[in-house]
Write a protein that binds this ligand. Structure first.
Ligand code: UFG
Length: 339
């Protein structure tokens, strides 16, 4: 496939960033990763060069953009623990808002005009209910969400003031892993539901704590919209294509449009892997909205984006091997086929 052009990927060694690099490479782009490896993994950077630098280092960004003839940027590098953002807000504003401004300045001084930005449904806070549209008011309830909203606002101002065009992608809950097994989810510390539940199911940790059973949802536990990381990755490629084709600045939800409660996730893990998830019921985690699901129509209309791998069972099936679990349904299938 002919090379389309090099794209700078900040945070390309992280969970979503590394999956995006694979998808970019498959689509003919050259992903050039800038990552300080504070939370990312060098061995996840397989589809292009890795520059070990902090996203706040504007000089390193400019040098990398010039050295590799970069024409567009996808910006993942950020701190992403909601709980930590409550105890270290200054660090979150420094890293997330500071990283964004360094990157915008690097784009302005090198003439790069297209930025795909990793935003979050955390910018919506606790919405009134029902699927969340891009027009739903953004009222984040923690420093992490506020830092992402600040970045969106910086991009909005700089698109009119400096002629940049951007696509802010507001992710719902990224989960799963590369279906071909080349990448997986590795956070330290781990705080996300799916990896924690898979670790509990495989005996790698004690019982999962279910945070809150008195929410006004189907079964009392929190509801989230889980989107397969490979679908998310493809969303970034489509956003890069969209900006390259001259599309105007936009902000889009990336979700599956379907919500699953914590208890539904635990039941699905048992259904897929055959392993029950040991768990205990505890109180609510502060700052958790009861229900977050995307209205995914605008991304479909703007980018032609529809999820393809985000059924809950497939997300679990693809994530399970990296936690020492197998898809028991496939094993059963294999046996039947052999018989
Ligand atoms: N949960 C548990 N027990 C756990 C962990 C999580 O019950 O041990 C529940 C949570 O209460 C929540 C659901 O599982 O209802 C999902 O929790 P995650 O921590 O996996 O993810 P969040 O919904 O908190 O994700 C949020 C935002 C994202 C943001 C992310 C950053 O929705 O936009 O935090 O880490 F990117």
């Amino acid at each position: 496939m002919a090379l389309r052009f090099p794209i700078l990927v900040t945070g390309g060694a992280g969970f979503i960033g590394s999956h995006a690099c694979k998808a970019l490479s498959q689509a003919g782009y050259l992903p050039v990763t800038v990552d300080n490896l504070s939370t990312g993994h060098a061995d996840a950077v397989k589809w292009g060069p890795l520059v070990n630098a902090d996203v706040r280092d504007q000089t390193a960004l400019c040098r990398t953009i010039r050295e590799h003839d970069v024409e567009a940027v996808i910006h993942f590098a950020a701190s992403a623990y909601v709980g930590e953002s409550m105890t270290r807000p200054a660090f979150y504003y420094d890293n997330n808002a500071g990283g964004m401004i360094a990157l915008i300045n690097a784009c302005i001084s090198t003439g790069v005009k297209q930025i795909v930005f990793s935003s979050s449904c955390a910018t919506y806070g606790i919405p009134a209910g029902g699927p969340i549209r891009e027009t739903t008011p953004q009222a984040p309830i923690n420093p992490y969400g506020r830092s992402k909203l600040m970045c969106e606002e910086m991009l909005r101002d700089c698109s009119s003031g400096h002629g940049l065009r951007f696509a802010a992608l507001r992710y719902f809950n990224a989960a799963g892993a590369d279906p071909e097994g080349e990448l997986c989810e590795r956070h330290d510390p781990e705080t996300h539901l799916l990896p924690l539940a898979l670790q509990a199911a495989s005996g790698q940790r004690g019982p999962l704590q279910v945070f809150g059973t008195d929410y006004c949802t189907r079964d009392g536990s929190c509801e989230r919209d889980y989107i397969h990381v490979s679908d998310l990755a493809r969303g970034h490629v489509l956003a890069a294509d969209y900006l390259a084709a001259g599309g105007p600045s936009t902000a889009l939800n990336l979700g599956s449009g379907t919500g699953h409660t914590v208890f539904e996730v635990l039941a699905a893990i048992q259904r897929v892997t055959g392993a029950p998830v040991p768990h205990e019921l505890v109180g609510r985690r502060p700052g958790d909205p009861p229900s977050l699901t995307a209205d995914a129509e605008l991304a479909a209309k703007t980018l032609g984006f529809r999820t393809e791998h985000s059924g809950l069972d497939q997300i679990i099936s693809d994530a399970a091997p990296s936690f020492g679990l197998a898809d028991a349904r496939k094993a059963r299938h294999g046996r039947h086929a052999a018989e």
